[in-house]
Ligand binder design. Structure first.
Ligand code: IPM
Ligand code: MG
Length: 353
């Protein structure tokens, strides 16, 4: 098949991990006989430096014209003081909104060889296989903001259609797994959460009677997530809760650097990014963990290009590399010489054959 991929590597370790992900993508395409055309574009802080805009029109056009977008990471100390007016993060939010990718899938699986890497006991994390479906284009991230010297506000708003569509995405996936859906909200306090819970129940009763629905308050879910993570199959939640809970969930695997994500809308075009940030403290050293970026390539192949076998091949190659002990410093075993970012890429390429 032929496909167009926009590559927006961004800031910090973004370009380093994306370079490995791109090598893997190109290798899979070669091996399975696909013709991919890759278009690189400036995004985030580097785009602010060059054009004064984190999402320049040419970058948005490249993303719109692509079948899928591979994103690295954005942000850095240069653009993080409260006084900065144009922020890389604003570009990311605008991109998600412009592309309409409201469903953010964040799978969290613990690789057997890495169960000991987590700060949690291995018997708690072994066998974890959960998916957080995070609403990505609504809620407090996108509500009106006000600010003067003494007062600030961020509005959290959700509409019933926004809740319905994300619940449907999560429930459809739950059907292909353990047929259980955990909806996370704060309905004891927030009006948006009360609407969330009502709409969720209505959709599930009418359309997914075969999927068992459970509700949990977000504070309790945060606890449950590290207490009995194996019990969770598919969880669906609003934008900010999903942001927070998935960083927490990454610690089940041992490192934020391991987790990929897919952001999808109504069509097949999707935005694929590791869930980690730009990690400016280690940028440029060649030590960043590219597994999350490489696994994002697998999600891209599966969800945007419908290439299931190819996606599986990438995941198996990653598993093989991990089994072979190829680990960056964040997941290295005590006393082990850690692998570099490029060595991880090499190992995955070798495993791909
Ligand atoms: C994420 C990130 C972003 C978010 C930031 C960079 C805006 O933390 O993708 O989880 O909060 O959505
Ligand atoms: Mg986050």
């Amino acid at each position: 098949m032929k496909a167009r991929i926009a590559v927006i590597a961004g800031d910090g370790i973004g370009p380093e991990v994306t370079a490995e992900a791109v090598r893997v993508l190109q290798a899979v395409a070669r091996r399975f006989g696909h013709e991919l055309s890759l278009e690189e574009a400036l995004f985030g802080g580097v785009a602010i430096e060059a054009h004064g805009d984190p999402l320049p029109p040419a970058t948005l056009a490249a993303c719109r014209g692509a079948d899928a977008i591979l994103l690295g990471a954005i942000g850095g100390p240069k653009w993080s003081s409260p006084q900065v007016r144009v922020r890389p993060e604003a570009g990311l939010l605008r991109l998600r909104k412009e592309l309409g990718v409201y469903a953010n899938l964040r799978p969290v699986t613990v690789h057997p060889a890495l169960a000991g890497v987590s700060t949690l006991r291995s018997e708690v994390v072994a066998g974890v296989d959960l998916l957080v479906v995070r609403e990505l284009t609504g809620g407090i991230y996108f509500g009106a903001k006000t600010r003067d010297a003494e007062r600030a506000s961020d509005l959290c708003e959700y509409t019933a259609p926004e809740i319905e569509r994300i619940v449907r995405v999560a429930a459809r996936i739950a059907r292909t797994r353990r047929r259980r859906l955990l909806s996370i909200d704060k309905s004891n306090v927030l009006e948006t959460s009360r609407l969330w819970r009502e709409v969720c129940e209505r959709v599930m009763r009418a359309e997914f009677p075969d999927v068992q629905l459970e509700h949990m308050l977000v504070d309790s879910a945060a606890m449950h997530l590290i207490r009995r993570p194996r019990e969770i199959d598919v969880a669906v939640t609003e934008n900010m809760f999903g942001d927070i809970l998935t960083d927490e969930a990454s610690m089940l695997c041992g490192s934020l650097g391991l987790l990929p994500s897919a952001s999808l809308g109504e069509g097949t075009r999707g935005l694929y990014e590791p869930i980690h940030g730009s990690a400016p403290d280690i940028a440029g050293q060649g030590v960043a963990n590219p597994y999350g970026a490489i696994l994002s390539v697998a999600l891209l192949l599966r969800h945007s290009l419908q290439l299931r076998e190819e996606a599986r091949a990438v995941e198996l190659a990653v598993h093989r590399a991990i089994d072979d002990g190829i680990r960056t410093p964040d997941i290295a075993a005590p006393g082990q010489r850690p692998a570099s970012t490029a060595e991880v890429g090499n190992a995955v390429l070798a495993a791909l054959g």
